[in-house]
Design a protein around this ligand. Structure first.
Ligand SMILES: *Cc1c(COP(=O)(O)O)cnc(C)c1O
Length: 476
């Protein structure tokens, strides 16, 4: 825009804009100089002034007094120094919500992480010998004890684990046989066919989507075959007319042909959870008993630990993985090792694990307890506020994390609407507010599933609903 096109009114407004120095010299802006250096603060002031100038040039009404501009600068400085990774309240009831960070850690596991964060430790130091050790020794004994595995290796996540053994354990270019019913896509575009390809192997599909027989595998074995792979279809289920070859038969066939058999188990179930009313799922030990050479699973799904990929299996194979150069790129850090080691020790007594590990505790809550908690939350909201219609109703919680597809646990929901705003406005206010309360919306109601609420969350929710109510009253 050339200068002669600018109206005198706009030119006048531009002239009235405070200078950079005027804003910079204000005490509330100066106060930031301890945490943000002068040059950065100045850039933020300039940015605010530039943005204001653009708005003026577009003929928009905009406040140009120093107070307003200083406030805008303060907001920018605040955003600059604040974290984008924020604490949220999970009122969705989905225990392993991948978008909300999956498994919560037990307090003791968090303490273990803090200890190695604040203190030097024997991550790669052999205390007995006084010389260099290996980070991979820390988790070995406990995982062997809990799974019956010959050997163990832990990497960054299960996707990395699968990538590692498909790359390291079969000759490049050889074929991996997998059932057409198990070509899974996990979230974040982790697809088994793509993983096989990027590991330098060739995918050889066998059987049909709903049925794969032993003879399908048998016929597909050629001198090009490198391994048989089974993938637990953890995030979907085939219903109706379907059949999959039992594990032991796949393994026997592989071994009869001098081939390894691998299993990507998905969620790392260390103990049977059928007593919670959940369907039978293979545990890690069962897969090892079936004879698989290598089995891998996640640390932060049903196991309830930190993000990790745990590989268990035959010693000869695990040793080979430990020597592969790719391992260095996938290695776990000390925080993961600390939190995982602590979480795993709880499994020495499965009953204790059920009490101590938040994921298992949330999954095992009785409906009577949930009902009482929901009524408590309802009471808190009704005491604090006047503009909501609150009810406790029955509902279902999802397990999440790609575990137990199509399976739900009965739960109690606090369901509400507001006299002051729409359901979607209320959901948004909860989500964007200081506590980032993530609720469900169903049939035009905002719903809180108490299963995934922590003890202090209920009070926070009630208080924040009150704050929203007061804000709405004020603005109406
Ligand atoms: C979840 C899952 C993965 C990926 O595990 P991450 O630990 O998230 O990397 C791989 N395979 C299966 C079958 C899964 O369910």
């Amino acid at each position: 825009m050339s200068k002669k096109n600018i109206s005198p009114e706009i030119q006048n407004k531009l002239r009235q804009l405070p200078s950079v120095d005027e804003i910079l010299s204000r005490p509330e802006i100066q106060a930031w100089s301890q945490t943000i250096n002068h040059e950065r603060i100045k850039q933020q002031v300039q940015q605010v002034l530039n943005e204001t100038r653009q708005l003026i040039l577009r003929g928009e009404t905009v406040l140009i007094d120093p107070d307003t501009l200083a406030e805008k600068t303060t907001n920018k400085l605040q955003a600059l120094g604040s974290m984008t990774l924020k604490e949220c309240i999970n009122a969705t009831g989905t225990v392993l919500h991948t978008n909300l960070g999956r498994a919560l850690l037990a307090d003791e596991a968090v303490d273990a992480m803090l200890k190695v964060a604040k203190h030097y430790n024997n991550l790669e130091y052999d205390l007995d010998k006084g010389e260099r050790g290996s980070r991979y020794t820390h988790l070995t004994e406990i995982i062997k004890e809990l799974t019956g595995a010959e050997d163990v290796l832990v990497v960054n996540n299960n996707a990395a684990a699968v990538m590692l053994y498909l790359t390291a354990l079969i000759p490049a270019g050889s074929e991996i046989l997998i059932s057409r019913g198990e070509l899974v896509e996990i979230g974040d575009s982790f697809r088994i066919p793509d993983v096989i390809q990027s590991a330098g192997a060739v995918l050889r599909e066998v059987g049909a989507t709903n049925k794969t027989h032993l003879k399908d595998f048998e016929r597909a074995i050629t001198p090009e075959t490198g391994a048989l792979l089974r993938v637990h279809t953890s995030n979907y289920r085939i219903v109706g007319f379907h059949k999959m070859v039992p594990d032991s038969e796949v393994v026997s066939l592989a071994h009869a042909n001098d081939l390894p058999a691998f299993k990507d188990l998905g969620s790392g179930l260390l103990i049977n959870l059928e007593h919670l009313g959940l369907p039978a799922e293979p545990t890690v030990s069962e897969s090892l008993v079936a004879g698989y050479d290598v089995v891998s699973f996640s640390g932060d799904k049903l196991l309830g630990g930190p993000q990790a990929g745990i590989i268990v299996g035959k010693k000869a194979y695990i040793q080979k993985l430990k020597k592969h150069p790719l391992l260095r790129a996938l290695r776990v850090d000390k925080f993961t090792i600390a939190a995982l080691e602590k979480t795993l020790t709880f499994y020495l007594n499965p009953d204790y694990a059920m009490q101590k590990i938040p994921t298992l505790r949330m999954l095992s809550q009785e409906i009577d307890t949930l009902q009482k908690q929901a009524e408590m939350l309802q009471g808190m909201i009704e005491r604090e506020t006047t503009s909501y219609h609150v009810a406790v109703i029955g509902g279902r919680s999802q397990i999440g994390g790609g575990s137990y597809p199509g399976t739900y646990l009965p739960t109690a929901l606090v369901s509400l609407t507001s006299d002051q705003c729409s359901t979607s406005e209320l959901e948004q206010a909860l989500r964007l507010g200081p506590h980032h309360i993530i609720a469900r919306i169903n049939e035009d109601h905002v719903q809180f599933d108490v299963r995934t609420l922590l003890s202090e969350d209920m009070r926070v929710i009630a208080q924040y609903l009150k704050a929203i109510e007061q804000k709405n009253q004020y603005s109406h």
